[in-house]
Design a protein around this ligand. Sequence first.
Ligand code: AMP
Ligand code: TRP
Length: 346
Amino acid sequence: MSKATTTSAFYDAGPVRTPRVFSGIQPTGVLHIGSYVGALQQWVARQHEHENIFCVVDLHALTIPEVVDPRGLRAASRSVAALFFAAGIDPAANIVFVQSQVHEHAELAWILNCTTPLGWLQRMTQFKSKAAGLESVGTGLLDYPVLQAADILLYDTDLVPVGDDQRQHVELTRDIAIRFNNLFGDVFTLPRVVIPDLGARIMGLDEPTVKMSKSLAESRSGHAINLLDSEVTVRKTIMAAVTDSGREVRFEYASPGVLNLLTIYQVLTDLSKDEIEREFEGVGYGQLKKALVEVVLGTLSPIQERFRCYMSDLDELDAILARGAERARSIAAGTLHRVKGAVGID
Ligand code: AMP
Ligand code: TRP
């Protein structure tokens, strides 16, 4: 029998349990439309089908100490959590918490470190690209995917909804779980990555051949649409987005810049490709951009309004996160106990 049906506390309720989802976002930089369509939007859309645990992964945000602002980190964690709720995550129906409030994450990461071959971590493309730009590479940057594996495995997670850039880390998590289970017995549930069909890799608006990223968003004003951008900034960024010298709006022949705009438009409107092509037949990229501005503003303005509302009562926000941490801890403690038993340190 698979672990998915044997290890969960929910097993007591019957042989089949609701699939459990775990995902996380780092409280670094500002969330942009890429993280929204790649991750947040799909969490919201399927929140009532699953049992969900969503985490603000502040321990992950410590991996590049040069960019950590100790005074800003707590505020950034609150603001990312508020954005989860503002985007539509229901605090009553889901567990939402800040990673550092549940010490089991760091503890399990250590145990998994001891069974994870170094070569697996050195192969990670995110590590290679992040390390390439640094003068001195911290151990945490290399070890980052082991902490991520601990996040996921602590909750007997079945599904991990993320953008395309995280696929490799979730596959590594499976490998880490399989290796641990082979060494110490059937302890971990094997998680599966869930990548959206559309919008899993939104590209930079100023450079559509690179992924839209928080770090580039901080240094280049036309790179990203941030979830908290003003109307003026959204308009300016989209109208200046790189396209090409053509004018026909067609998915099949689109250059990377035009395809990126079309993809964002499609994800946010839920229209089919045919409907979109018909809408922009014979009118050129200018019209597509103007329509995209309206659709993006229509998405962002209710999010921004709800965000301000959550941020206006920080005591209540902290209370929601404290309750989330408590619920998370009650699951995580059980798994860690099992793990400790398996390795002989309970
Ligand atoms: P991060 O903000 O880097 O912690 O990423 C949070 C989530 O958003 C992860 O699931 C990422 O895979 C996803 N994500 C980040 N950037 C993009 C992007 N440009 N396109 C689609 N998904 C993204
Ligand atoms: N590494 C992810 C990112 O940078 C964030 C993350 C940490 C995560 N732990 C996780 C995502 C567990 C999914 C599941 O986007």
